[in-house]
Design a protein around this ligand. Structure first.
Ligand code: SF4
Length: 890
């Protein structure tokens, strides 16, 4: 890159091609004020506040849009520059209300700060004000355009960073303003309430209702968002023991200063909610009675001691920290003597762990989030990324903006389809046929990577043989996607390299979920799209720490780091470390625990931070199973639907009240930090489990702080061997990170696969377990909404999120609605072989004919009352994504 020498304020400076005067000045600590400029946005030079004087031409030029050129001589603070800046600021002030004393922006107002810095004591121009009605329609964001200075940051942020374009300029001349389509309220626009525009606004034209009039923070704590697996880095702003604001952390490769609606607006209210559990509860005569910790822990310890190991189970939590999951599985194995320990990964990505372990040797995202933007092709199958992983959705949009071709495979017309080059609208449950059909087309056209296959893979001939079962006519009939589209997708995926595959629960939540994952792994190996930047196989994990809970061995068959419990050598290592004998055979999965509880073989469960009464399939069966237990302990931050069934409820601390680590979907281990004391008498989950361990005679539970637990984790877990709190203080580390001097691993399988050679695995197509028939003619598929999370335990405590998505809906295609006589908004019954729920119909072409869609967030219309508990034979994940239903008018 060429060096360019210019002079600024008499100093000789050297810049690079493509830099603006403002870039170079800021790099050299020369202050130039700005208003419309923001480092994340395309510069426009709209406000002219960044004017500098070009001494060669004598012109005043906007430094934010003027590239440096050899020999330039620039003055940033000449009398002409200062005078012009003052004039522009005065013109803005002439159109701005004089409400600074009562304006919530206060000292954070950039216009006011600039006026003060430029020593403007009066405005020479006639006041010419705009009078716009306040837009109060959005639950989180208030728009007061009387204060707008037309910097355009909000418009650019919404378009360039969010890819939503909910606002743009409307009208002309004096009437010009940022407006929604048809100049309606934000609530009636495409706005996703991410709040980015609020954080971009230099004045108070856009403000966050929840933090208004909260005063100034006294401190800030950096931590990680507790919702989805993206693992966005956030700051919690504090005033003493109160969290008064949430903002994104810009120094971070995951979210780069961005957040979704849940991360920005969905945290404070649930942490400080009046319904938080504040003391242990013991059920007496059917009623919960508050108890001391001593009473509750003694009761739990003595009851758990009274059962045989095979009658006990522990359900750990993808919401809890790595340290908490570690002690939970250690407690199950070393104290209760059982491998009956599992968590909700069973219900989301167990096939990724099982399938990718067979193909590659390890089951996690092979690449990093910030590589997606540089892919040339993105194959997004079974992922509604913009709703379930919003920040990764932004990466996908960025890649498309950079020229990548996006192939979306999804039965529903999800938001990503708008950005796609090709939409493969395949039938629910036909993924193996679709992906193997693409593989067949790649082989038929000779587009596979023979060198990669020869050098890095095995079992290719058997795989080739299995492709004979995927004749494209068969694939077309099975998937409903034309042969031409399948071939086009195959050509793009194989040729526009690097190609990356993103997938989520649309792939895994099937009775053949493991086959789906293996099909994807086959496709990546076939084209050599693995082990390289911006390529790979990337399962997007749903919850904040579901990756970490798996890594920590909260699974019935493996210790931390996926070390098999059935391996005598490994078991010996853990026996020596934990000081006692450990059970040799794998335990029960969650779904098997529920069945065993139903059959009264499991008699007591210690359940941490999970809500199976809403999240299990066929929840009538799951609820009855839990009711049949002799003893149920639930540890949570709220009295969830499951906690109501408990004999003892132990109040856990929220993520903001404890230290620890979460591991996000790209294997990045990040610190969460205690910002406030636990509310009431709640305690961190690691402390509670350790207390139980000690009271039951367990050894090695005397931890004073989670950092000591991490020391034990890194001693026993090779992939976490180099991870310490000290190292994490400087940012996250991606596992494998085997030693103190290892920098972490952004890309897996670069030189060799974890298992040595990548294994091609032959497959055959199997249909879903339950297909439509005369009695149940529609397919129900389930998923997530951007505005709620999982079973709603946290998000439904946030009123603004409830305003944006208050109830469960059943989405139905207009053709199906019309043949059933259903109109948009009316309440209908959705009925399957397991039960029936009532929900409001949403008539929309997003759902294809014959397919209806529900989220599983709402206890009032619990979709999982309907879903099929049939499981994948390998991963034991239930078939949430396909079940047969009928719909009746009320
Ligand atoms: Fe939180 Fe996920 Fe939203 Fe990031 S994308 S702010 S991690 S919910």
């Amino acid at each position: 890159m060429g060096k360019i020498a210019i002079t600024i304020n008499g100093c000789q400076l050297s810049g690079r091609d493509g830099m603006t005067i403002l870039d170079l000045a800021r790099e050299n600590n020369i202050a130039i004020p700005t208003l419309c400029h923001h480092p994340l946005l395309t510069p426009t030079g709209a406000c002219r506040v960044c004017l500098v004087e070009d001494e060669n031409s004598g012109r005043l030029i906007a430094s934010c849009v003027t590239p440096i050129a050899p020999g330039m001589v620039v003055k940033t603070d000449s009398p002409r520059v200062i005078d012009a800046r003052k004039t522009f600021i005065e013109l803005l002030l002439a159109g701005h209300p004089d409400s600074c004393l009562v304006c919530d922006k206060g000292n954070r107002c950039e216009l006011r700060r600039l006026a003060s810095e430029l020593e403007i004591s009066r405005v020479r121009f006639k006041k010419l004000r705009h009078f716009y009605p306040l837009d109060d329609t959005n639950p989180f964001i208030e728009r007061d355009l009387t204060k707008c200075i037309l910097c355009g940051r909000c418009v650019r942020a919404c378009q360039e960073l969010q890819g939503v374009a909910a606002i743009d300029y409307a009208y002309r001349g004096f009437d010009l303003k940022p407006a929604t389509f048809q100049d309606k309220g934000l609530a009636e626009s495409a706005c996703e309430s991410c709040g980015l525009c609020v954080s971009m606004c230099p004045v108070a034209a856009l403000s966050d209702k929840s933090t208004r009039n909260q005063g100034k923070e006294t401190s800030k704590v950096r931590t990680v968002c507790p919702y989805c697996g993206c693992g966005c880095s956030i700051y919690l702003s504090l005033r003493d023991q109160e969290i008064i604001g949430v903002s994104p952390c810009p120094e971070n490769s995951v979210n780069n200063g961005l957040l979704c609606v849940k991360g920005r607006f969905g945290i404070i209210e649930f942490i400080h909610h009046r319904d938080r559990l504040k003391a242990p509860l013991i059920k007496k005569d059917g009623e919960f009675v508050e108890a001391t910790w001593d009473e509750a822990l003694e009761l739990v310890a003595s009851r758990l001691k009274s059962y045989r190991a095979e009658e006990l189970a522990v359900i750990s939590s993808a919401k809890c920290t790595n340290e908490e999951n570690y002690v939970a599985q250690k407690f199950a194995r070393a104290v209760l003597g059982t491998n009956n320990v599992d968590h909700c990964a069973r219900l989301c990505h167990a096939p990724s762990v099982a399938g990718l372990a067979q193909s590659f040797g390890s089951g996690a995202m092979t690449n990093s989030i910030d590589e997606i933007r540089d892919a040339r092709c993105i194959f997004a199958i079974g992922t509604n990324t913009t709703e379930a992983h919003p920040i990764i959705g932004l990466e996908v949009k960025k890649a498309v903006g950079n020229g990548a071709k996006l192939i979306v495979a999804n039965p529903r017309e999800i938001d990503l389809v708008r950005f796609s080059h090709l939409w493969l609208k395949h039938k629910p449950g036909s993924d193996v046929a679709l992906v193997m059909g693409m593989a067949k087309a790649i082989v038929d056209e000779g587009l596979f990577d023979q060198t990669f296959i020869d050098q890095r893979c095995e079992n290719f001939d058997a795989f080739l043989d299995s492709l004979k079962g995927f004749d494209l006519d068969f694939v077309e009939r099975t998937t409903g996607v034309t042969k031409e589209k399948i071939v086009e997708a195959a050509r793009i995926y194989a040729s526009d390299k690097p190609s990356t595959i993103l997938y989520a629960m649309g792939i895994t939540q099937h009775s053949h979920g493991t086959d789906n994952v293996i099909a994807i792994a086959n496709l990546a190996m076939l084209t050599g799209n693995i082990g390289k930047p911006s390529s790979g196989v990337n399962p997007l994990r749903g919850q904040n720490n579901v990756q970490g809970a798996c890594d920590m061995g909260a699974l019935p068959n493996v210790y931390p780091g996926y070390q098999a419990v059935a391996d005598g050598g490994i078991r010996g290592k853990f026996e020596a470390a934990w000081g006692g004998s450990l059970p040799p055979s794998p335990g029960l999965t969650i779904t098997e625990m529920i069945d065993a509880a139903y059959n009264k073989k499991i008699k007591a469960i210690y359940l941490i931070g999970e809500n199976p009464v809403l999240s299990e399939p066929d929840i009538a069966h799951a609820t009855e199973a839990l009711e049949r237990l002799e003893f149920l302990v639930v540890q949570d931050i709220f009295l969830s639907e499951t906690a109501w069934l408990a004999d003892v409820v132990l109040p856990g601390a929220s993520f903001a009240e404890k230290d620890g680590t979460f591991t996000n979907t790209e294997r990045r281990v990040q610190r969460i930090r205690k910002a406030i004391e636990p509310v009431g008498d709640s305690r961190p989950d690691w402390w509670i489990t350790c207390e139980l361990g000690k009271r039951m005679g367990g050894k090695g539970f005397d931890f004073a702080h989670p950092s000591e637990i991490m020391e034990e984790i890194s001693r026993l877990t090779p992939s976490y061997g180099g991870i310490t709190y000290e190292r994490l203080d400087n940012g996250g580390l991606q596992w494998p990170c085997p030693s103190q001097d290892h920098p972490g691993t952004p890309i897996l399988h670069t030189e060799r696969f974890t298992r040595g050679k990548g294994k091609f695995i032959p497959l055959e197509y199997k249909p879903p377990m339950e297909l439509p028939d005369e009695e149940y003619p529609l397919i129900l598929t389930t998923g997530r909404s951007l505005y709620q999370f999982h079973t709603g335990t946290m998000t439904r405590k946030v009123e603004g999120l409830n305003v944006l998505r208050r109830e469960g809906e059943v989405e139905i295609n207009p053709d199906d609605a019309s043949s059933l006589g259903i109109i948009d908004g009316e309440k209908v019954k959705v009925i399957s072989r397991r039960g029936e729920v009532v929900a409001r119909a949403k008539v929309t072409e997003v759902s294809p004919v014959g397919v209806v869609f529900m989220t599983f967030h709402f206890a009032e219309s619990p979709a999982n009352l309907l879903t099929n508990p049939a499981v994948d034979p390998v991963a034991k994940i239930p078939e949430f994504k396909v079940c047969a239903v009928r719909i009746e008018r009320m």
